[in-house]
Design a protein around this ligand. Structure first.
Ligand code: SAM
Length: 278
């Protein structure tokens, strides 16, 4: 008997327009949809005008439900796996099912779409050529700090998911472990109160202490790059560009270059003073 196909379908992370034509077609065509939270996904399906059998697949029933879904696939049914938001298996349940399916010679097809960390990175202005996605940090402070310590020397952009409840604690721990680096906190991406807060870790702590934190966040921390070239552009060249071509103020040019290069603001400021003859 021909086996079914397992589709890993990305769904919106807020804005319901962020779903691909292909995702809609697959959700329409499959026999069964396995969802992290069936009530949550039902709303999306209703919005799309799709009525399909749904079954739950989440962390605490994944063993039992995994074999149920596998049996359906083996019997020739096709199944779409969706999570509450974004791409399944990315800090969401699913990889064990994918592994079991591929071990059972079942075809697994990704249907790409939104993922919060990629959306955040793409609009962050931080270097995008190499980065490391770390998912959620441990909840407990000691464990979180020790995890952060292992990442201190990392030369790539660090990307974390965080709950709004722990945002300030995590930013504070980052400041203590990493020093005052550039950070981008991407909040409520694709939603009404979307915000990309760019600045130093200390500034982000002040900002969110004052404004309060609502909604979902991604934290992106710039590496502590040693002075030199970034993107093969010497520091002076970047500064001249912002100061003279784009005519930014000294303060804004320094902020921008510091954010782009990951260099400490003080070091960029000194160079900017020389270049601008102040
Ligand atoms: N699978 C999802 C993905 O592909 O992005 C991630 C699921 S994970 C359980 C949920 C976390 O993703 C949230 O705690 C938050 O850190 C981040 N997230 C999800 N949607 C977001 C949004 N609209 N804006 C900012 N962060 C978001």
């Amino acid at each position: 008997m021909k086996k079914g196909t397992l589709y890993i379908v990305a769904t919106p992370i807020g804005n319901l327009e962020d779903i691909t034509f292909r995702a809609v077609r697959i959700l329409r065509e499959v026999d069964l949809i396995a969802a992290e939270d069936t009530r949550h996904s039902r709303k999306l399906l209703t919005h799309l005008g799709i009525s399909k059998p749904l079954t739950s697949y989440y962390d605490h029933n994944k063993e039992l439900k995994g074999s149920y879904i596998l049996d359906k696939l083996k019997s020739g049914l096709s199944v779409a796996l969706v999570s509450d938001a974004g791409t399944p298996c990315i800090s969401d349940p699913g990889y064990q099912l994918v592994r079991a399916a591929s071990q059972a010679q079942i075809t697994v097809v990704p249907i790409p779409g939104p993922s919060a960390f990629l959306a955040a990175l793409s609009a962050s202005g931080l270097q995008t050529d190499s980065f490391t996605f770390e998912g959620f940090l441990p909840n407990r402070r000691e464990k979180r700090r020790s995890k952060l310590s292992t990442l201190k020397e990392e030369k790539r952009v660090l990307i974390f998911y965080e709950s709004p409840r722990r945002l300030l604690s995590s930013l504070t721990d980052m400041l203590e472990v990493f020093g005052d680096r550039n950070v981008v906190v991407a909040r409520e991406i694709t939603k009404v109160y979307e915000e990309l807060m760019r600045g130093l870790l200390s500034e982000s702590i002040t900002h969110f202490s004052e404004s309060g934190i609502r909604g979902e966040v991604v934290i992106l921390v710039a590496p502590d790059n040693s002075p030199g070239k970034i993107d093969d552009k010497p520091l002076g060249e970047l500064l001249r560009h912002y100061l003279f071509a784009e005519k930014l103020s000294l303060k804004d040019a320094v902020k921008k270059v510091s954010l782009e290069t990951g260099l400490k603001r003080g070091a960029v400021y000194e160079e900017a003073l020389i270049i601008s003859g102040k």
